[in-house]
Design a protein around this ligand. Structure first.
Ligand SMILES: [Zn+2]
Length: 173
């Protein structure tokens, strides 16, 4: 019941040509294509819709950007230590490896303050990006498309967008 009121287009005041953006997008991808039967969409129109209704991208992070520098450094040293024990125990060269570990430790301590502060800045930036991504995902998942008017609308705040406006909202800042 509530859903029926929700999906009324604010421009034509009708529900007849309205479909959830999520359903439309997946139908264009080939899942449940039967939801498209009531629309007469040309091939170009379908391609346009598919392009403009693409969901926002969730950014992937490289693992060494996510790990605290202390943990990264600890891991590198542990690997070196294990390698030293297993590979060079019988030979003298393991002594050289100890020097290397010592040198690394000193270098790390000298750079640590800067590395940690860069890490904290990045962490803050990532959390802002995450919030931004969540906001965009909310917009995408709550939007409806009206084929009569060729617009996208968000029922809760009564906003309407052209396809390209909708797309640029999700993919640029
Ligand atoms: Zn409409």
């Amino acid at each position: 019941m509530e859903n029926e009121i929700l999906n009324q287009c604010p421009i034509c005041k009708s529900q007849a040509w309205v479909i959830r953006v999520v359903d439309l997008y997946f139908a264009l991808q080939g899942y449940k294509p039967e939801v498209l039967f009531k629309f007469s969409l040309s091939k170009t129109k379908k391609a346009d819709l598919h392009k403009f209704l693409t969901p926002p991208i969730v950014e992937r992070q490289l693992i060494w950007h996510i790990l605290h520098p202390d943990i990264l450094f600890g891991t590198v040293v542990s690997v070196l230590a294990v390698l030293t024990i297993f590979l060079f125990w019988d030979n003298r060269p393991w002594i050289n490896n100890l020097y290397l570990v010592g040198l690394l430790a000193v270098t790390y301590l000298l750079l640590r303050k800067r590395l940690v502060s860069t890490f904290k800045n990045n962490q803050l930036m990532r959390s802002n990006l995450r919030e931004e991504a969540a906001r965009k995902a909310d917009i995408w998942s709550s939007a409806f498309y009206c084929d009569q008017d060729g617009i996208v609308f968000i029922p809760e705040d009564n906003k309407t967008f052209t396809l390209s406006e909708f797309s640029s909202q999700l993919h640029f800042n």
